[in-house]
Ligand binder design. Structure first.
Ligand code: SIN
Ligand code: CO
Length: 419
């Protein structure tokens, strides 16, 4: 354990102490003793013997968990060069965080390869968001988390840290799985006990905690995975150069959910008529808002009712809306509908990595749009939404009617492999 001080930096001389303390931490998996079936890459497999059900019941949104060798031999989803290339791309969100003599700096991407190459040999981290939109290995990694609903998934962020690099002690409003890929890193974590422990450093370019009181620390190595629920303070510092894959699950704030719902609901409201005050009496104070006006408005508002279908429809549209930076690539030379049907029956289909597809009851939501397909189309659409791919299949005309425009919009592609 670490003393409750503001520990924001780790130096290499700390490593031995850290390793000693880490040996006492809970490890849930010994891959060498696992049966072959358990080593298969089913969703949730990375939780080892614990299994998805037990993980969700005991840890999800409740307490952190360190899984030693969740993915033995995990080498990451991108090479350093690929990550640098993404950081230089203007349509990809990236950040560079550096600390120099206790002073933090933040630069937003795009970040040119030349600039990244000029960085010193220590104390910086490059963070690239939405890597799953760009690299097949990253998209495949997310499928390992399919025991959690897609409606909660945000993205896969990959960070590359030079020795000593980190982003400082902070809190996230995300459930996050931090999977180490190459290099080793020390994570210090703690649950803030009060508002003072959640207070931020004033004027810093990052949301850094003013008083971080770590309660546990872990040295993680390639293949290890740390799960943190939202609101847990954490600070990860690289001991040697390496990458961390952060699989983030978004917890929208209650305020965001209600505000978004009301805004969208307002567009659909049908409330004919005007406010009326035929019983008006002479006013003594012209500036006074009439009590009758307040009461009539309150009565009107209290008549508002939201059905389950209203709420489900809102969630489906809202949660499947692509991010502001997402632009789909339409096929350069689009196939005819007949050729598309042949390609789907020969090679199957896959959703574009940027497409968001959700299902509730008989409604299908894709990229912020809502549709209610006929019953016969639903099983194929459900398979496509769950697995984000469809095995080669002869698709009936109802499914083709739906999917062909998605292909033209760049939302799905023939072939099951993304190369
Ligand atoms: C990192 O990968 O450096 C930061 C991830 C996090 O703290 O959420
Ligand atoms: Co974080």
């Amino acid at each position: 354990m670490v003393a409750a001080t503001t520990v924001t930096r780790i130096f290499f001389s700390d490593a031995k102490t850290i390793i000693a303390s880490v040996k006492t931490q809970h490890s849930v998996r010994d891959p060498a003793t696992m049966p072959a079936a358990a080593r298969a890459t089913a969703p949730g497999d990375l939780l080892g013997k614990l299994g998805a059900r037990t993980f969700l019941a005991r840890y999800w949104q409740k307490r952190p968990l360190l899984v030693r060798q969740a993915m033995p031999g995990f080498a990451g989803v991108a090479s350093r060069a690929e990550l640098f290339r993404l950081a230089a791309n203007g349509s990809v969100e990236s950040r560079l965080v550096q600390s120099r003599s206790g002073r933090w700096t933040l630069a937003q991407g795009p970040l040119s390869a030349a600039r990244l190459r000029r960085l010193p040999g220590h104390d910086w981290t490059l963070l690239v968001q939405g890597v799953n939109h760009h690299l097949p290995a990253a998209d495949r990694l997310l499928r390992r988390f399919d025991f959690i609903p897609h409606a909660r998934l945000d993205d896969l962020m990959v960070s590359y840290a030079a020795p000593g690099g980190g982003v400082g002690p902070h809190l996230d409003s995300y459930d996050v799985f931090l999977l180490q890929a190459g290099g080793s890193r020390v994570w210090r974590i703690g649950r803030p006990r009060d508002a003072a422990e959640r207070a931020l450093v004033a004027g810093a370019p990052l949301k850094l905690l003013r008083r971080f009181s770590p309660q546990q620390e872990f040295l993680v190595e390639p293949g290890d995975m740390l799960y943190l629920p939202p609101g847990w303070a954490h600070d990860g510092v690289a001991l040697d150069a390496g990458m961390t894959c952060s699989v983030g699950f978004r917890s929208p704030s209650r305020r965001e959910l209600v505000a978004e719902f009301l805004q969208r609901h307002a567009d659909r409201l049908e409330l004919p008529g005007l406010y009326a005050d035929p019983g008006m009496r002479p006013q003594r104070h012209a500036a006074q808002i009439p009590a009758a006006m307040i009461e009539a408005t309150q009565a009107l508002l209290s008549q508002l009712r939201f059905s389950r279908a209203d709420v489900a429809g809102f969630l489906g549209e809202y949660l499947s809306e692509p991010g502001a930076r997402v632009v789909f690539d339409r096929p350069l030379r689009a196939m005819s509908r007949g050729r598309f049907a042949q390609a789907a029956s020969r090679a199957g289909l896959r959703l574009d990595a940027r497409a968001l597809m959700l299902i509730e009851s008989r409604r299908v939501y894709i990229n912020g749009e809502r549709l209610t397909p006929g019953r016969s189309a639903l099983p194929a659409l459900r398979q496509l939404a769950d697995a984000r791919a469809l095995a080669p299949a002869t698709l009936g005309p109802a499914v083709l009617d739906l999917l062909y425009p998605w292909y033209l919009a760049g939302w799905l592609h023939p072939g099951r492999d993304w190369s």
